[in-house]
Design a protein. Structure first.
Length: 322
């Protein structure tokens, strides 16, 4: 089968053996894949958690059909239309755990479905489970114009947030954030953005910041969070090291939480997918939670898809079809 593999000379499409499911796994005939920032790093040889390096089949988000079941797989049958996340997505076939997937709604195509699994799981866990957002509260999403950022704002609005603020340093993308739930759009590269947040919250700051930028905005985030507020550090888009104002953190009694899928067990990931199904799945079926597709590329043009991502002018998801 064809797969996009990182080799000694970089990432290329090559032929590899089709995998076989064992235990709770199932074999998926992949029809579409969503690109993510972590994938871009892995095309350059970077390691993402336990994944990466020479011989790695790249990709972590897919939609397709169940082709074969492992002996312990439950809740699915051959032919089911499903979407999910996991390693080795950029291939004609991939393996999936039976608890790390969603059934594709009947009126949703594979391109649309491939945009959703990572964003839904990541941001429901960040906004609702760890962020503990309650109806009537305020939230700021740093890096809001990314696919997961757009989903975070939509989930916050769906859960009853009174004020949703999104940040983007790109003026065009910043101008489109209100279509995805933002009541206020800010430029986090503008030193005055904290004052904007404080003005919008009667000087108190937001209840919750979902931070995908970190680094250079870490101390500004502390100043923009109200006393006993929460900061959930998703840590996907920005710097990994920066100065940190420990005194301000203590004075505001901020609950600072780090989240990532890289160190989670399969049982933890299954629980996250179950929480999405129990809490917000009706909103997915009703298209209240969805992501725009920026461009669709054929699998043979996957290199062009990554060049488009690296140019960093897109809004929403880039999809590759097989």
């Amino acid at each position: 089968m064809k797969a996009y593999v990182y080799g000694a000379d970089g990432a290329v499409i090559t032929d590899i053996a089709k995998p076989a499911p064992v235990g709770t796994q199932l074999l998926v005939r992949v029809r579409a894949c969503g690109l993510n920032r972590a994938d871009l790093g892995m095309t350059k040889g970077h390691v993402h958690g336990a994944l990466g390096g020479v011989g790695t089949v790249l990709g972590m988000e897919w939609a397709g059909e169940v082709a074969e079941l492992g002996p312990a797989a439950q809740g699915v049958k051959v032919g089911d239309r499903i979407m999910g996340s996991g390693a080795a997505a950029f291939a004609e076939y991939t393996l999936a755990d039976h608890g790390r997937l969603f059934h594709v709604p009947s009126d949703m195509n594979f391109d649309e479905a491939a945009t959703l699994p990572v964003a839904l799981a990541t941001m429901h866990n960040a906004v609702v489970t760890n962020g503990a957002l309650q109806a009537g509260q305020s939230v700021l999403v740093q890096g809001a114009s990314s696919g997961v950022g757009l989903m975070a704002m939509q989930i916050a609005k769906y859960k009853g947030a009174k004020l949703v603020i999104g940040s983007s340093t790109d003026p065009t993308r910043r101008g489109r954030l209100k279509a995805f739930g933002a009541d206020l759009a800010i430029d986090s590269s503008n030193p005055g953005w904290v004052d904007q947040v404080l003005a919008a919250t009667n000087g108190e700051g937001v209840n919750l910041i979902v931070d995908q930028v970190s680094g250079k905005v870490a101390n500004q985030n502390l100043a923009a969070t109200r006393i006993k507020g929460r900061i959930v550090n998703v840590g996907r888009l920005g710097g990994t090291h920066a100065d940190f104002n420990f005194d301000l953190h203590a004075a505001r009694r901020i609950h600072y939480i780090g989240v990532t899928f890289r160190t989670r067990t399969i049982d933890e990931i299954r629980e996250i997918f179950d929480e999405v199904k129990k809490d917000i799945w009706p909103a997915v079926e009703q298209r209240k939670l969805q992501l725009p597709i920026d461009r669709v590329f054929a699998f043979d043009d996957i290199g062009l898809a990554f060049a488009h991502m690296e140019a960093n002018r897109h809004l929403g998801k880039i999809v590759v079809t097989l």
